[in-house]
Write a protein that binds this ligand. Structure first.
Ligand code: GN1
Ligand code: MG
Length: 367
């Protein structure tokens, strides 16, 4: 691996040196990410190198244009408020011929950015206060992007959080049954079909202009935020590939889906999978606290619905990929996508029961 990484590294306009250490990060389900240490005669530097998944992101030029225009924008925001942009914004390097990514010998696209020291990502929350801080960070990120010009953004994945179109794609995959797996997932198929109306709810409200489109992150998993080791504050939002016009309902919801679950996304003992209302409340406190006055009351009221719909959508996407033969998400074993789908559907059931309580909690933070 080191040799391959070195060859890719040498294509970039960075301080030259020898790759001495490569550690793969196994958080993401899409691209391959590596933490890379490079030694030169007078320093040791660390970078993050990523091989981007072109099945998911077929237009690398648009993808990187989006990422660079967002990071440039956030860099200036950080400067304006007196933050250190090298710790609060990702800094991507160009190739020696001035491009934001290069191609390795096998044709796969790679990019590189500076590693931010003294900070880490988390896959579960050590405390409720921690999750309030995560909510605050994602909320302030949404505020930062409020005046970003959406016309500068290409649509990297069309209909990314259009839950109804996700439903239609699922029906099409089910009918095609490419991997011959349909017969084994009858209950799951019924579960989804019974919720077609739920899939349409947010999309319809957006279409009717009842809730606005905003520039959103669209992948607000807990592990997409860097937390400073010393201060335990969220310092930098990462994984900017899906920044597009969207709804805050989905960003709020996705953070809850992942961070307020009492189990990992692929836990197979479903008795362990519930939505923790204390975690829900903790995140809402931070998120709504930042966005009150910035977004409409109507959007705030609908945040709990966002949590249910995005959890359903994510489960549908896992199940669709299972039916398609595991083409989209990385898997570690044969039924991984099915286990993930079942896990998400269990979470949907639990959230459906807890909806009145979620709404009550949100209400207390609106005042
Ligand atoms: C993918 O790459 P990662 O793991 O942050 C996916 C998200 C899903 C998530 C489910 C581009 O995110 O949409 O919610 O898996 N990203 C893309 O864990 O499809
Ligand atoms: Mg990620």
């Amino acid at each position: 691996m080191k040799e391959q990484i070195q060859k890719v590294f040498d294509k970039f306009e960075v301080k030259s040196g020898t790759v001495t250490d490569v550690v793969q990060c196994h958080n993401g389900h899409i691209s391959r990410t590596f933490f890379v240490t490079v030694k030169s005669p007078d320093s040791t530097d660390r970078y993050v190198m990523q091989e981007v998944n072109e099945y998911v992101f077929p237009n690398m030029d648009i993808l990187m244009q989006n990422v660079i225009s967002v990071t440039d924008f956030l860099y200036n925001k950080a400067l304006e408020r007196g933050d250190d942009p090298s710790r609060t914004t990702l800094h991507f390097h160009k190739t020696k011929d001035g491009k934001p990514y290069c191609r390795a010998e096998d044709g796969k696209p790679w990019r590189i950015y500076d590693f931010i020291d003294g900070a880490n990502t988390y896959n579960s929350c050590p405390s409720d206060e921690f999750f309030t801080e995560v909510g605050r960070s994602f909320g302030s990120f949404a505020r930062d992007l409020a005046d970003f010009d959406a016309t500068k953004l290409g649509e990297v994945i069309p209909d990314f959080h259009n839950t109804l179109s996700r439903y239609d794609k699922f029906i099409a995959s089910m009918q095609k049954d490419a991997a011959g797996r349909k017969k084994g997932v009858k209950d799951e198929i019924e579960f989804v079909k019974a919720r077609k109306d739920l899939c349409a709810k947010i999309v319809t409200m957006i279409g009717e202009g009842k809730i606005p489109l905003r520039v959103t992150h669209n992948d607000t998993k807990l592990n997409n935020i860097l937390i400073d080791d010393r201060t335990q504050k969220g310092i930098c939002i990462i994984d900017l590939d899906t920044i597009m016009p969207g709804s805050v309902l989905y960003d709020f919801g996705d953070a809850i889906r992942f961070g307020a679950s009492t189990a990992a996304e692929d836990e197979t003992d479903l008795t362990k999978v519930t939505m923790d209302l204390k975690k829900f409340s903790a995140f809402s406190k931070g998120y709504v606290g930042q966005l009150k006055g910035f977004i409409c009351d109507e959007e705030i009221k609908l945040l709990p619905l966002g949590a249910i719909v995005i959890t359903l959508e994510t489960g549908i996407r896992f199940l669709t990929d299972y039916l398609d033969g595991d083409k989209y998400f990385h898997i570690s074993y044969e039924n991984h996508n099915l286990d993930r789908a079942r896990n998400q559907f269990k979470l949907v059931r639990d959230m459906e029961e807890k909806l009145p309580e979620m709404e009550r909690i949100i209400h207390t933070y609106m005042r």
